[in-house]
Ligand binder design. Structure first.
Ligand code: EPU
Length: 294
């Protein structure tokens, strides 16, 4: 890998996406840039006009090609994108803040409302773009529910801000994917620390049935309306099916795991097998939740 640090941006060429994604799969990133501020991000976007630009958060929902990924990949992990600040019951968070750090901050500051995010391995920015969330007895809960305002930068370098209602949050979807999220304000409530800690524990306990033993990108498919992708895949007898190093998890059928040395084509072949089987046997077309970067 060749690396270069200039006064403006930190640019690396050839950094392996295998080490930057939770799937532990992927070839080199042709150009990975870590801007230090919104001004630098703006300059980078202007200088990259016409190129394909992708944003990498915690890499927890991405399948990157073994052949590598071209264009410009932006990673907002510099300190100015990792700020956390409380003002009363509001928390201002940078896009690069890991969700786990947000939850620790809320615990320390006696703030409740975000605990359902426990165990989600993403960042604030990535989480907002895809409106990550969980299934709960009271219905689904997603990060968009607790947001007051989101700050984004357009690919033209212009900053703007959306109120929650303007951000187009839906199931694993938002209207923010046309922008780069730079930060947001969460609206939470005060609660004693012990209560926040107990709730965090309760939410973690719900994830027990999920797959943690092997690297993965979490759930591969979105749940179709009124159905569970995991249940559908399971009922087709696909748990334990394998292509190379990729395996349909034996614990949760909507997880594909990397049992060691899986290639992106192994995972894609398994995705095709699962989709084809569920369509043939159940008449339902599953849509991937993960992003496929080629
Ligand atoms: N089920 C099976 N077999 C399986 C997996 C699940 O029969 O192999 C059944 C379960 O017993 C349950 C139902 O399917 O009755 C739903 O399963 P689960 O509670 O695990 O929830 P899910 O709908 O599969 C969703 C999110 C998860 C989130 C969980 C828990 C999606 C696609 N998935 O899973 O999110 O962690 O709820 O709240 O919405 C992710 O997005 O990456 C993710 C893991």
């Amino acid at each position: 890998m060749r690396s270069r640090k200039n006064s403006k941006n930190r640019v690396s060429r050839g950094e392996s996406l295998r080490t930057l994604t939770t799937f532990r799969i992927g070839g080199p990133a042709r150009c990975l840039v870590r801007p230090c501020s919104t001004e630098e991000l703006c300059g980078l976007l202007k200088a990259s006009a016409g190129k394909k630009i992708r944003v990498l958060g915690a890499g927890s929902n991405i399948l990157a090609s073994d052949r590598g990924v071209g264009g410009v990949i932006v990673k907002l992990d510099a300190p100015s994108f990792r700020g956390l600040e409380a003002e009363g019951t509001r928390v201002r968070a940078g896009a690069g803040v890991p969700l786990a750090s947000l939850l620790q901050f809320c615990l320390k500051n006696g703030l409740t409302g975000a605990e359902f995010l426990a165990g989600i391995p993403g960042t604030v920015g990535g989480g907002l773009i895809m409106n990550c969330g969980v299934r709960a007895p009271s219905g689904t809960k997603a990060i968009g529910d607790i947001v007051e305002r989101v700050t984004v930068m357009g690919y033209n370098g212009r900053l703007r801000s959306f109120r929650r209602k303007e951000a187009g949050f839906g199931y694993r979807h938002s209207a923010l994917s046309r922008y780069i999220v730079t930060g947001c304000v969460f609206a939470l409530r005060k609660a004693p620390g012990e209560e926040v800690r107990r709730r965090l524990g309760d939410w973690m306990a719900r994830r027990k049935g999920q797959e943690y033993g092997y690297p993965s990108a979490g759930c591969v498919f979105k749940n179709p309306a009124q159905a569970s992708a995991g249940q559908l895949i399971d009922s087709c007898g696909l748990k334990g099916r394998r292509k190379g190093g990729a395996l349909v998890s034996k614990r949760h059928a909507n997880f594909i795991v990397n049992t060691g040395g899986a290639s992106s084509s192994d995972v894609l072949a398994l995705i095709r097998l699962v989709r084809g089987t569920v369509l043939r046997k159940r008449g339902i077309r599953l849509e991937p939740e993960i992003q496929i970067w080629k």
